[in-house]
Design a protein around this ligand. Structure first.
Ligand code: NAP
Length: 518
């Protein structure tokens, strides 16, 4: 059994609590243990001190660090995929989604660093004339904050979650202290070890906490940042911590989301776009066993198409093979923990109060290739209801392979209003070729979503999967989804930098800031 340690204050340390045991969700065998406890003030001080070395580097130099991180992790890809599949219960495809997502995002931010070049901070817009003569101006700049970026991640993406946050903070010029969710920390720990062993980053720029953060929040200061991903409940509790509120520690939350997929009324059954829609929903519901913040939970379809769509989706979900991903025939693994399994079963029970079960359900199931009665398996579950009856489906996130089809009148406003009933989502997907209908739908839906994917016949063969977060586009949504923003190219740097308006002599400022060469 592996023993996970934390890397803080420049060395690997063990905690002193009783061991917390991590299990393989496909077999329930113990795979690792971690003991909580570390010197939080010391860890923060050590990490903050590393900021100076990062701030001295240009964007291009920081980008080169990210490129090297991506390279060493990619060089170890096969071992990391094996760990993810054999120990974390993710299929090989799901493991690639996570691990390649991590190295891909690091590489994308490395490229951005190269593009931003030999600057160390960003000018924000052009100089603005403030006086009668053009000489006296205001210039906005974004400088890296001088604290530490504390990253807290959810259990579902131990690789991508850790390194998509790391990429942005390091490019901005901030050291990081990263904490994966304990249940799946093993993969993140191996990846952090690869990067730390390669000694790529300046001393102290990457700290890693296995297990609990302890009293770390009590020691945060006004230049620190917390970027949190997890449930809305934890986000609400953490952002209301007095030590976050009082020094105004920046707190970014990526939380729950009841993402919708909407079928436009013009999409004919059997058309290419129809098939794309069925495929996209199927993939999204089953990928990572539905444990994706961006997974489609609600499918809103016109009343007239509901029967045909439910039949098509039931057919594709029925072909999914649930089991231990080390068995080559398995296409969907277990959920991550016993608690998750219980929560998914309870959630399906809750949705059944207003929806009809079409396929799957909460009953226990043995996984292919897993010991009988062992493993946290659940079948892909399809429920259906109507707009009038739907209520919990817009409120309760079942964090597993469960999807509910909601039939609705087909006008764009009604469908956008149903999307909005989730009170803020990370992403919604819509399939249609009808310009007028789409325009009305987007006007109604955009304010409730961080991202909207529009698939139409001419691009259906090239659209990225709805659940795939891209480094070039923002990730995060309003309301229930946490209200945060991550990624989106340079937009992601905003979290880790201070926007300051500097007033003064245009020529003087231009030369100091590098915005204007005299
Ligand atoms: P969670 O229970 O809220 O935990 C999230 C993280 O918070 C974990 O690392 C957890 O650590 C940590 N944590 C819990 N209490 C804490 C405290 N008092 N102080 C500091 N850290 C604390 O969520 P989860 O079960 O891991 O993840 C599932 C949820 O995440 C789902 O609701 C999903 O929608 C959401 N999610 C959102 C996104 C997004 O980008 N919007 C992405 C992925 C997942 P321990 O594991 O050690 O308890």
């Amino acid at each position: 059994m592996e023993r996970l340690q934390s890397f803080v204050g420049g060395r690997w340390v063990d905690g002193s609590s009783a061991p917390v045991v991590l299990t393989n969700p496909a077999t329930e065998e113990p795979v690792a243990e971690v003991r909580n406890g570390f010197d939080a003030p010391g860890a923060l001080a050590h990490a903050r001190a590393a900021g100076e070395a990062l701030r001295k580097l240009t964007f291009a130099e920081r980008g080169a660090l990210l490129q090297e991180m991506s390279r060493v992790l990619h060089a170890d890809r096969e071992r990391l995929l094996d760990i993810s599949t054999a120990i974390n219960g993710a299929t090989r495809g799901d493991s690639k989604f996570d691990v390649d997502g991590a190295t891909g995002t690091l590489a994308a931010y490395a490229t951005l660093g190269k593009e931003l070049g030999d600057r160390r901070f960003l000018a924000d817009g052009d100089a603005i004339q403030l006086g009668r003569a053009p000489r006296f101006v205001g210039q906005h700049v974004r400088m890296p904050l001088r604290g530490v970026a504390v990253h807290i991640n959810a259990f579902n993406f131990p690789a991508w979650g850790t390194f998509e946050k790391a990429a942005v903070a390091i490019l901005a010029g901030m050291p990081i202290l990263t904490k994966p969710a304990t249940a799946t920390a093993l993969l993140a720990w191996h990846m952090a070890k690869v990067v730390l062993d390669a000694k790529i980053l300046p001393e102290g720029a990457l700290s890693f906490v296995a297990g609990s953060l302890g009293d770390l929040f009590d020691h945060l200061g006004p230049q620190d940042v917390v970027a949190f991903t997890g449930s809305a409940d934890t986000a609400t509790r953490l952002r209301a911590t007095p030590s976050i509120l009082s020094p105004s520690v920046r707190f970014n939350a990526e939380a729950d989301s009841l993402n919708a997929a909407v079928l436009g009324p013009d999409v004919e059954e059997g058309s290419d776009l129809w098939h794309w829609f069925v495929r996209a929903v199927t993939t999204d519901v089953t990928q990572k066993t539905g444990q994706k913040c961006t997974a489609i939970r609600r499918v809103i379809v016109p009343d007239a198409r509901a029967d045909a769509f439910v039949e098509a989706l039931s057919d594709t979900l029925g072909r999914v093979v649930v089991g231990n991903p080390v068995d080559a025939s398995v296409t969907m693994g277990p959920v991550a923990t016993r608690q998750q399994l219980a929560a998914v079963r309870d959630g399906i029970g809750l949705l059944r109060e207003e929806a009809t079960l079409v396929a799957g359900g909460a009953d226990p199931v043995d996984g292919v290739g897993a010991p009988a009665g062992k493993g946290y398996f659940v079948r892909p579950t399809l429920l259906r209801t109507t707009m009038e009856r739907s209520s919990r489906v817009h409120e309760h996130e079942v964090f597993g392979p469960s999807v509910t089809v909601v039939s609705s009148p087909d006008d764009a406003d009604a469908m956008a209003s149903l999307v909005a009933r989730a009170q803020g989502s990370l992403v919604s997907t819509v399939a249609s070729d009808d310009l007028e209908w789409l325009g009305a739908f987007l006007e109604g839906a955009c304010a409730w979503n961080g991202r909207v994917l529009v698939s139409s016949t001419k691009v259906a063969d090239q659209v990225t999967p709805p659940g795939m977060v891209l480094p070039t586009l923002v990730h995060g949504g309003p309301g229930r989804a946490g209200g945060g923003v991550e990624l989106g190219g340079t937009r992601g740097l905003e979290l880790y930098t201070q926007r300051t308006a500097i007033q003064g002599d245009r020529a003087l400022l231009g030369r100091i800031l590098g915005t204007e060469r005299a």
